[in-house]
Design a protein around this ligand. Structure first.
Ligand SMILES: NC(=O)C1=CN([C@@H]2O[C@H](COP(=O)(O)OP(=O)(O)OC[C@H]3O[C@@H](n4cnc5c(N)ncnc54)[C@H](O)[C@@H]3O)[C@@H](O)[C@H]2O)C=CC1
Ligand SMILES: O=C(CO)COP(=O)(O)O
Length: 343
C-alpha cells in the first residue's frame, strides 16, 4: 500500500509565532524555518532554542533552519507531495515578503499554497492581509488564507492545548493546513470567512490595548468586562460593514482571541495598554522594537471606519490616548460621558 508523502512546509519569519508554529508543524511535516538574520538562524540551528523570542524552550530536533530565501522557497516548490508556505512575519514585514515571493513567482517558481499568521492592517494604506496579498502577488494560481486564533506563542511552543481557525476560499488549502497542524495538541477549525477572521485578529489587539489602559488606571473588573463586550460589538460592526459574517466574531478568532489578549498578561498589546495607563509614553514603550500591532492598527481601523460611517468609540479613545495627546483618564471620561443608547 502506498503511504502519502509528508507535506513540506516553509515558515518565513523566525519570531516568536513563526518559530512556535514551525515547531508545531514538525509533528506531521518536513519543516524549514527561515529568518533573515544568518547569525540568529545559525545560533538556532546549533542550540535548538530561539533565545530572543522563546528563551529556554527546546525546539524539535526535526526542525530545519535556513537564512537562504531561495532555498527556503525551493523546499515547498521542488517537492512531489503537498507544499505549504507560511508567512510568519508581523504586518510590518508582510509587504516586503510578498514582494520577494512575487519576484520568485514571476521567475517561474511553483508555489501553490500560502497561509499567513499576521494580525492587523497596514499602517499606510489600511489594508487587511488578504487585501495586501491580492494587491501585491499574482494569486490567480494560488490557494491562500489565514491561520488565526487565541494562541500565545510560548504556550504553543511548550505543547499546551490550543485551538485555531484556518480561513480561506479554498477548501484544498483549508484541508492542507488542517493536515499539517491538527494534532492532539492543536485543534484546527475551518472557516470560509476570511474577512471576519482577519478583522477579529486585527481588532482584538486594539481592544487589548484598551483593556490594558483600563487596568493600568486601576478601573477594575467591571470596566474590563464592559470594554471586552462593547469591544466585541465594535469589531463586529466594523467587520460586518466590510462584508464579514457576524457569527465569526463569537468564534475563536473573535471572542476567543479578544478574551485571551485582553486578559492574558503574555499579550504585548495588553502590556502596552497597562504601561500607558500607568503613565509611560508609547514612544518609550515601543523603543525596544516590541511587536504590538494594535497601536498602528488602531489608526488605520479608525480611518477605514470613518470612511464607512461606522462608529468606533473605543478605537477612537485608544487613538486619542496613544497619538492625540489626550490623557488616558480623560479618554475614559469621554467614553463614559456619551449619551445612553440601546445595546
Ligand atoms: N507571538 C504570538 O503569540 C502570536 C503572534 N501572532 C502574530 O504573528 C505575527 C508575528 O508575530 P511574532 O512572531 O510574535 O513577532 P516577533 O516580534 O516575535 O517576531 C517578528 C519576526 O519577524 C521578523 N521580521 C520582521 N519584518 C521582517 C521582514 N520584512 N522580513 C523577514 N522577517 C521579518 C523579525 O526579524 C522577527 O524575527 C504578528 O502579526 C502577530 O500578531 C499571532 C498569534 C500569536
Ligand atoms: O495574537 C496573540 C495571541 O493570539 C498575541 O498577542 P500579542 O501580539 O498582544 O502578544
Amino acid at each position: 500500500m502506498h503511504t502519502p508523502l509528508r507535506p513540506h512546509v516553509t515558515v518565513l519569519g523566525a519570531g516568536a509565532w513563526g518559530t512556535a508554529i514551525a515547531a508545531a508543524a514538525c509533528r506531521h511535516a518536513e519543516v524549514i524555518l527561515w529568518g533573515r538574520r544568518p547569525s540568529v538562524i545559525t545560533a538556532m540551528a546549533q542550540t535548538r532554542i530561539n533565545s530572543e523570542h522563546l528563551p529556554g524552550i527546546e525546539l524539535p530536533s526535526a526542525l530545519q533552519y535556513s537564512s537562504d530565501f531561495h532555498q527556503a522557497l525551493e523546499h515547498v516548490s521542488q517537492h512531489q507531495g503537498p507544499g505549504l508556505l507560511v508567512l510568519g512575519t508581523p504586518m510590518v514585514g508582510l509587504p516586503e515578503i510578498c514582494e520577494l515571493i512575487q519576484q520568485r513567482l514571476s521567475a517561474g517558481l511553483n508555489i501553490t499554497d500560502i497561509v499567513w499568521l499576521c494580525k492587523g492592517l497596514t499602517a499606510d494604506s489600511g489594508k487587511l492581509p488578504h487585501e495586501l496579498v491580492a494587491a501585491s502577488m499574482n494569486t490567480r494560481e494560488l490557494a491562500t488564507g489565514v491561520l488565526s486564533g487565541p494562541s500565545f506563542a510560548k504556550e504553543v511552543a511548550l505543547g499546551l492545548p490550543v485551538a485555531l481557525t484556518v480561513a480561506s476560499d479554498s477548501p484544498s488549502l483549508r484541508a492542507l493546513v488542517t493536515s499539517v497542524f491538527h494534532s492532539e495538541h492543536m485543534r484546527i477549525y475551518s472557516s470560509s470567512d476570511l474577512m471576519g477572521v482577519e478583522v477579529g485578529g486585527a481588532l482584538k489587539n486594539v481592544m487589548a490595548i484598551a483593556c490594558g489602559i483600563s487596568d493600568g488606571l486601576g478601573l477594575g473588573n467591571n470596566a474590563r468586562a464592559a470594554l471586552i463586550t462593547r469591544g466585541l460589538a465594535e469589531m463586529t460592526r466594523f467587520g460586518v460593514a466590510l462584508g464579514a459574517l457576524p457569527g465569526t466574531f463569537s468564534g475563536l478568532t473573535g471572542l476567543g482571541d479578544l478574551v485571551l489578549t485582553a486578559t492574558g498578561d503574555l499579550s504585548r498589546n495588553r502590556q502596552v495598554g497597562l504601561r500607558v495607563g500607568q503613565g509611560e509614553s508609547l514612544v518609550d514603550i515601543l523603543a525596544g522594537g516590541m511587536t504590538a500591532e494594535g497601536a498602528r492598527c488602531a489608526q488605520a481601523v479608525l480611518a477605514r471606519a470613518r470612511a464607512m460611517n461606522v462608529p468606533m468609540p473605543i478605537t477612537e479613545a485608544v487613538c486619542d490616548t496613544l497619538f492625540g495627546g489626550v490623557t488616558a483618564a480623560h479618554a475614559v471620561h469621554r467614553l463614559m460621558a456619551r449619551s445612553a443608547t440601546e445595546e
